[in-house]
Ligand binder design. Structure first.
Ligand code: FRU
Length: 488
């Protein structure tokens, strides 16, 4: 019964009960992927921030464990990261046991500083470092350290944010305890006035031997769809300073939907050829996160995504982020419907004749950008003619935009900023657009043209609104695969 409530995500992570926000400390160690997250053990609103904990052996099926690092003496445990200190640089290891080290923000009224905790039992129990804090600038806003090992120079790197100054600071350390400031990054063209949860990660460039560094930033406001969102910069990194090579004025959004925030990437992933980095985000928006109509849980994570870069020759050579759901999700999929043709009326009829109803599924659409526009209505209420629930995903060829319209997606009235229509720029390739659409009980994630753009949005339709209906001209093929729930 735990994972059966209305709106309960069936293949996205959510906590059994209570509030969650940012993913924290994403790390792989000894056969387990760890997902820590901002968690309130005492309620369904933000507060008492603690690191919640879940583990997975395949990045798909998660098991929630007891909270890992708890609030103490009014120091809340804010967002941060986790490393596996194999060489015991920190000295936290004992009797050959490798320490996992969490680096997080200790948040007190009026002060935020960076702290350590370590675990010698694969993340099950945590000991706070007695020398905390390890960096204290006597700042009210100074948070969200992401630490990783920089192999070429063999030292640890921290990227951490001064949110209200729109700055990311870089620090270096040989032992995780003593940190030296190395550089600062700022980007005056960022539309946000608050930067949170920075990350820096090396990403392979498709079709080359190159790797570039991607700086991910969470924007507390002025995101692409309103409210919070994410942007990125591409450049070089030498272990001390990030050199941005993205052109000024080109604000690069990670996701164009309204519910994609605080994404960070995994540390210590097993080497798998030239595979990209893997990220997870909190699928929510600061404008209404405390108000979404779920119970007894509030908040969910996005699907894990693989990040790659494409080298794009025009107008001048530059690099763009490409994101697709990780291939580990494939075993959840089974084909339930396939169609090729041009006659959308015939397609809708055969969907109805097959009694096909969509609860949790993945749609793959290939379409031609003709004049009229084309798309699909998902989570559509059957009975009510043109008035009930529906979430519309479509392509508008005149504007060259893919869009998600959740104005009538179900319960939209809990906050005025929730309903709306959100767009992303997308050009046809050889006259074609492809859309991969992941529908769960309370979310829709759209990946356009193999991950060129993504749109992530929550929806809260009635449980009985399960219709799928196509419209417009230009649809060429449809594949519907059902997605098996991850909860047993
Ligand atoms: C982002 C954020 C972080 C902070 C955490 C507190 O959503 O505000 O900056 O560490 O949430 O829960």
């Amino acid at each position: 019964t735990t994972y059966k409530q209305p709106y309960r995500p069936q293949y996205h992570f959510s906590a059994r009960a209570n509030w969650i926000n940012d993913p924290n400390g994403l790390v792989y160690y000894d056969g387990e992927y760890h997902l820590f997250y901002q968690y309130n053990p005492f309620g369904i609103h933000w507060g008492h921030m603690t690191w919640g904990h879940a583990i997975s052996r395949d990045l798909v099926h998660w098991q929630e464990l007891p909270p890992a690092i708890a609030e103490e003496n009014s120091t809340m445990i804010f967002s941060g990261s986790c490393v596996v200190d194999k060489a015991n640089t920190s000295g936290f290891g004992q009797d050959g046991r490798v320490p996992m080290v969490a680096i997080y923000t200790g948040a007190q009224p009026g002060n935020q500083s960076q702290h350590l905790a370590y675990s010698l039992d694969k993340g099950r129990s945590w000991i706070k470092y007695t020398g905390n804090p390890v960096i204290d600038l006597k700042q009210k806003d100074f948070r969200d350290p992401k630490v990783f090992w920089y192999e070429p120079a063999k030292h640890w790197v921290m990227i951490v944010s001064l949110p209200t100054d729109k700055k990311a600071l870089f620090y270096k350390s040989s032992n995780l305890k003593d940190w030296t400031k190395a550089s600062e990054f700022t980007a005056p063209d960022s539309p946000a006035t608050i930067w949170e949860c920075p990350d820096l990660v090396e990403v392979p460039v498709d079709g080359t031997m190159e790797r570039k560094w991607v700086l991910l930033l969470s924007m507390g406001n002025n995101g692409p769809a309103g409210g919070s969102g994410m942007q990125y910069y591409v450049g070089r990194f030498n272990g001390s300073a990030f050199v941005n090579e993205s052109k000024p004025g080109e604000v690069r959004f990670v996701d164009w939907g309204k519910d994609y925030y605080a994404a960070v990437t995994f540390n210590n992933l097993p080497r798998r050829g030239n595979r990209g980095a893997i990220s997870i985000s909190w699928m929510n928006n600061l404008q209404y996160a405390n108000d979404i109509p779920t119970s007894p849980f509030r908040g969910a994570m996005s699907l894990p995504r693989e990040l790659r870069l494409a080298k794009v020759p025009t107008p001048a050579t530059h690099y763009e982020l490409r994101q697709l759901p990780i291939q580990e999700l494939k075993p959840l999929l089974s084909t339930s419907f396939q169609w090729t043709g041009t006659d959308v009326a015939q397609l809708n009829e055969s969907i109805l004749n097959n009694g096909l109803l969509g609860d949790t599924y993945c749609l793959q659409l290939e379409l031609e950008a003709t004049k009229t526009g084309v798309g699909v209505r998902v989570k559509k209420e059957e009975a009510s003619k043109g008035k009930g629930d529906e979430t519309v995903i479509g392509y508008d060829p005149s504007r060259q935009q893919v869009y998600v319209d959740r104005s009538r997606s179900g319960n939209v009235s809990f906050k005025k900023e929730f309903p709306g229509r959100f767009t992303a720029p997308l050009k046809p390739q050889n006259g074609r657009i492809s859309l991969q659409i992941w529908v769960d009980r309370s979310s829709v994630e759209v990946f356009g043209n193999d991950g060129e753009v993504t749109l992530t949005n929550q929806i809260f339709p009635k449980p009985t609104s399960k219709g799928i209906e196509f419209f417009g001209e230009g649809l060429r093929s449809v594949l519907i695969r059902s997605v098996e729930p991850i909860w047993k």
